[in-house]
Design a protein around this ligand. Structure first.
Ligand code: ADP
Length: 470
């Protein structure tokens, strides 16, 4: 699959998953909110019905004298009470009593009251008249009912007693839920609309976030692509040189000893170049992986610096460069680290300094310290590095000027390795340079560093180093 398509698909998938998860979470919240509103209203409604029913019950009970008989006084309490025969349909509508009544709440259109005798027969109704409400008596305290038009009611049933504590019958007080249902419908509508708007916002946010999340992966993929192309390019050069040498040798009808030696030397040189490149790549890969624990040991930087200066004196002399060390500490500077890596680190810097310093000038390696760090400076008086390229020189395969560097035979991995080793020792590297005047690479290595990776290839590299590199 085309890589761009793969990235796009992954981004879509990521955005979708994110939107689904967020949508689910929001839906749960919206449902919870709706239930909370519903519950709060049911509780408020129940206590309203309860208090209305309680007030009516207490006002009526004192005036009831004989079971199943509504005293005329009830008419004063309920202005529109209807007496019933065998069922609700037989209730005779009475003219509203013009006299003042005591319980104004039942005149509200949402409340009805029904009276049943002890046998469950409907005696009278008052207040609001729901059409076709079932009149079969049910003793359950709280009930939800529906009338013939499908309207909902919530009803409470209370027992009534006469003045001398005889069972009189029952009173049911019910309230229409129309208002309540309208309110809940509007809450539902607002929740659903809110959820839809939130989902649209989440969808765009998740698209944007997935883009952000993909960016480093995409960048790293591009880097790997570039790296692979660079590696292939670097490997091709010595392979092509070897191939061409062998090919031209095969075309010769006769080869004398001197020519054979020349050919073999060319092949050996290219082979060494290939080996160095592969070892460098292996080292970087291992430094990247940071999988193995670094074998730490006490490393005396004074010894490492003196050793390396001694080792590279001949190379510097051959290039007409004066190489010196300046150890500005009286006590030995010891750090916990990997000596193979530290040798590699400083030798890369010293070799670069010698290579990029013209004949007759100097390279100095300084060793200093402060309370927390050992400080090593590799200072040259060479060609310098342009300011805008100072950060890029640590990138893999990067060369300031391909032509200039190619003449040194470097692959552009030297400083990348230096930086990786410094990081594995929890140190820092800084470079200052002025074109034509020289460069100073400053490395700070903390005394209490806990490096994390080990590179076994360094010993091999050390063997190969002197003969092959630069
Ligand atoms: P190379 O193998 O090409 O030397 P490095 O990673 O060691 O690769 O260095 C990267 C680039 O940085 C080199 O191509 C070189 O141009 C520049 N460079 C490194 N050290 C110095 C220095 N001391 N003076 C000037 N240029 C330098």
């Amino acid at each position: 699959m085309n890589q761009n398509k793969l990235f796009r698909l992954t981004r879509i998938r990521l955005a979708l998953y994110y939107a689904i998860v967020m949508g689910l979470i929001l839906s749960i919240f919206a449902f919870g909110f709706y239930r909370a509103v519903f519950h709060a209203h049911v509780v408020a409604l129940d206590s309203e019905i309860e208090s209305v029913a309680g007030t009516l019950h207490d006002s009526i009970e004192l005036k009831l004298q004989s079971p199943g008989r509504l005293e005329p006084l009830a008419h004063q309490l309920f202005p529109n009470i209807d007496k019933c025969g065998t069922g609700a349909t037989n209730c005779i509508q009475q003219q509203p009593d013009s006299k003042r009544h005591l319980l104004g709440i039942v005149t509200k259109s949402s409340y009805y009251i029904r009276f049943f005798d002890t046998s469950g027969k409907l005696i009278a109704t008052a207040g609001y008249h729901p059409e076709g409400l079932p009149d079969v008596f049910n003793q359950k305290t709280w009930q939800f009912l529906k009338d013939s038009k499908g309207k909902d009611y919530h009803q409470i049933t209370l027992a009534l007693h006469t003045q001398n504590y005889q069972d009189w019958g029952y009173m049911q007080v019910g309230r229409s839920l129309q208002e309540f249902n309208h309110y809940l419908d509007s809450v539902k509508l607002v929740s659903v609309l809110g959820l839809l708007i939130a989902m649209v916002m989440i969808a765009s946010a998740s698209w944007w976030l997935s883009g952000l999340a993909m960016q480093p992966i995409y960048q790293s993929y591009r880097q790997i692509q570039q790296f692979t192309a660079d590696v292939a390019h670097e490997l091709r050069t010595p392979l092509a040189a070897t191939g061409a040498t062998v090919e031209s040798a095969l075309l010769m009808s006769q080869i004398d000893e001197e020519e054979t030696r020349d050919i073999l030397q060319t092949i050996q040189r290219q082979n060494q170049r290939l080996t160095t490149l592969v070892v460098d790549l292996l080292m970087l890969a291992r430094l990247d992986k940071q999988a193995q624990k670094l074998q730490r040991e006490n490393c005396c930087l004074n010894d490492i610096v003196s050793d390396l200066v001694e080792e590279f004196e001949a190379m510097a002399a051959a290039a007409g460069v004066k190489l010196t060390s300046l150890i500005q500490v009286e006590q030995p500077v010891d750090i916990m680290g990997n000596s193979d890596q530290l040798y590699r680190l400083f030798s890369n810097l010293i070799v670069n300094a010698i290579q990029y310093t013209p004949t007759g000038r100097e390279v100095t390696v300084l060793l200093e310290r402060n309370d927390y760090n050992a400080i090593i400076k590799v200072q040259d008086t060479g060609i310098g590095i342009p300011k805008h390229e100072l950060t890029q020189i640590f990138h893999r395969f990067y060369r300031v000027s391909s032509d200039r560097s190619r003449s040194t035979g470097g692959s552009g991995l030297g400083l990348a390795i230096v930086q990786a080793i410094v990081h594995s020792h929890h140190g820092s590297i800084d470079v200052q340079s002025e074109l034509g005047k020289g460069s100073t690479f400053t490395i700070k290595l903390p005394f209490n560093a806990r490096p994390i990776n080990s590179v076994h290839s360094i010993s091999i590299w050390k063997m190969l180093y002197k003969s092959s590199r630069k």
